[in-house]
Design a protein around this ligand. Structure first.
Ligand code: PRP
Length: 210
């Protein structure tokens, strides 16, 4: 079968959320097709296609309608600013976006490094703060350690990375967990398929959290 033959396409983030996402769908009675191997970019079965994407690409694929539905962290949605329907907090992948500095840092914040530049800029503006935001792609904590930036905005999950680096979580800026996202047009055009699926995922998530 070719990609276009499937009734519904699901976008999932590679990495730590993938197994939980599969489990969330299984809890809702939907066995998503399994990957055939590491190099498998997409796979399909039983009318469903699954795209394995970088988390930050999930909102793009869902917003542009290539995927009908997806799973992605709220942190990524806050950065992406896409207009998606976000009906269910799936509960797993809990983390926070925090402002992080060296413990002794007292100077005004003039430069902030982050994988979340849009989110960071919006937060700074709301606070009435003026600072440059430098986009980085990984190991963001290093920027605060070596003086690339006066502060960083990054994900804190267990806090182990911060502890190991000797950095301080100055303030929690947002809380995040995995969200179900749905393309707004697909929700109308494929309502018979999508609404029951959303409801089942909602109920399964409530059961897990309750
Ligand atoms: C994320 C984040 C922190 C770390 C936080 O990085 O950027 O560095 O996890 O987790 P912790 O509080 O449990 O230590 P990731 O592992 O995704 O790698 P990256 O820095 O290369 O983006």
């Amino acid at each position: 079968m070719s990609f276009g033959d499937f009734e519904l396409t699901v976008a999932l983030p590679k990495g730590r959320m993938m197994a939980d996402a599969y489990q969330a769908f299984a809890g809702a009675g939907v066995e998503l097709p399994q990957s055939a191997g590491e190099r498998d970019l997409w796979h399909g079965g039983d009318g469903l296609a699954v795209l394995e994407l970088r988390g930050s690409d999930v909102p793009t694929y869902v917003d542009l309608g290539i995927a009908d539905i997806g799973v992605v962290g709220r942190d990524i949605l806050l950065e992406a600013g896409r207009d998606l329907y976000e009906p269910v907090d799936l509960g797993f992948g809990a983390c926070r976006l925090s402002l992080i500095r060296l413990p002794e840092a007292k100077t005004p914040i003039r430069r902030v490094a982050s994988k979340y530049p849009n989110f960071t800029q919006t937060w700074l503006r709301r606070r009435g703060m003026v600072a440059d935001v430098v986009k980085l792609h990984g190991n963001v904590e290093l920027a605060a350690l070596v003086g690339l930036a006066d502060a960083v905005v990054d994900v804190v999950q267990t806090g182990r990375t911060l502890k190991a680096a000797g950095l301080t979580e100055v303030e929690v800026l947002a809380r995040s967990s995995a969200r179900l996202v749905v393309n707004k047009s697909a929700l109308k055009l494929k309502r018979e398929l999508l609404w029951p699926l959303v409801e089942r995922l909602r109920k399964a998530a409530q059961k897990t959290s309750g």
